[in-house]
Design a protein around this ligand. Structure first.
Ligand code: 8YV
Length: 327
């Protein structure tokens, strides 16, 4: 008998079709966001789940759904999973690294450029009908080429952004990460590891690409913003909660930094009202990985993980592979 799975959100139809060839699929064509209680209800009696960042998999849910054997997140980030709780119960968790790296880096770079060159702000000005004349200082921003690119979190996506900056725009790359990159990765980028204080002090354009955890909560708050240059920009494509959005709104309002660009927010899809009311911030609705090709690749990889895990294969991208070794 085939396994039963829940596909918690709407998916590209061809991927759903592929899953139906292997499993009894409970899907969500209306793309409703389930409450935690609804999610438990739908997961009861299922062996697998395909989730997105919107579904929380925690100890209480796992205890209420003891048949669950694999949770496949369609995201590289997995702060919506309690991995220790999964591992303790022998539940395999998987994510979708690599397939979104370049697409997400493209978007991070685009956001950084939009903040530096005031693209969204000037577009709003034009649409409002406020453009009456040219003037020398109209929407003057700061250069990207030749500037210092600061990267906080130098994993796959951070390195892809560094490549764009160093090789495409002649930027000087500095980064801060728990661990230093191998010299053979640093050298072609001219990338230099610095401590966090130097990163904040030196970066002309600071991009956040670190995973969210209790340790990275409010990694950028009022005191970090105060250490940045008044001309600097801040771009967050990592996770809401890494930036203290209230502190950032205040800093932008008082022009303590020049501009910001945010794709992720604390408590999204709600956005701090202070961010909505300042002009020097570019705001996008968590779309850094949103190209058709990449979203299909992410869904396919999540499906590959589910299919392998529930049909005796080797899941390609496990987060807690120790569960596989133990079984
Ligand atoms: C997803 C992301 O779109 O992969 C991630 O970690 O943040 C995005 O690519 C989002 O998490 C939905 O699953």
């Amino acid at each position: 008998m085939s396994c039963r799975i829940l596909v918690a959100r709407a998916l590209p139809p061809q991927v759903l079709e592929r899953l139906r060839r292997h499993f009894e699929v409970d899907d969500n064509p209306g793309d409703t966001i389930y409450t935690p209680a609804q999610l438990v209800e739908r997961l009861r009696g299922k062996q697998g789940a395909l989730t997105t960042g919107s579904e929380r998999i925690d100890a209480a849910l796992l205890d209420a759904c003891p048949e669950l054997r694999v949770v496949a997140n369609m995201a590289v980030g997995f702060n919506n999973f309690d991995i220790a709780a999964c591992t303790a119960r022998g539940v395999l968790a998987t994510n979708t690294p690599d397939v979104l790296t370049e697409t997400t880096a493209d978007f991070g770079f685009a956001l950084m450029m939009a903040a530096a060159r005031r693209i969204a702000e000037s577009e709003h000005f034009l649409r409002r009908g406020d453009w009456k004349k040219w003037s020398w200082d109209m929407f003057t921003g700061s250069d990207v080429h030749g500037a210092t690119l600061g990267i906080l979190g130098m994993g796959r996506i951070g390195q892809a952004i560094a490549r764009r900056g160093a090789l495409g725009f002649g930027m000087r790359v500095i980064y801060h990460n728990r661990s230093r990159l191998a010299p053979e990765i640093e050298a072609p980028l001219g990338a230099r590891w610095v401590d966090k204080a130097e990163l904040l002090r030196e970066a002309d354009h600071l991009v956040l690409v670190l995973p969210y955890s209790a340790a990275s909560h409010h990694a950028i708050g009022a005191s970090e913003l105060a250490q940045m240059k008044a001309t600097a920009t801040l771009t967050n494509i990592a996770r809401g909660g890494i930036v203290d959005d209230a502190a950032l709104a205040a800093a932008l309002h008082e022009r303590r930094i020049a501009a910001a660009a945010l794709d992720v927010f604390e408590g999204e899809p709600s956005v701090h009202p202070g961010l909505l009311s300042v002009s020097n911030v570019v705001l996008t609705p968590h779309i850094a990985s949103a190209t058709v090709a990449t979203r299909v690749a992410m869904a396919d990889l999540a499906a590959d993980n589910l299919i392998a895990a529930l049909t005796g294969g080797q899941p390609p991208t496990p987060i807690n592979p120790e569960v596989l070794r133990a079984s």
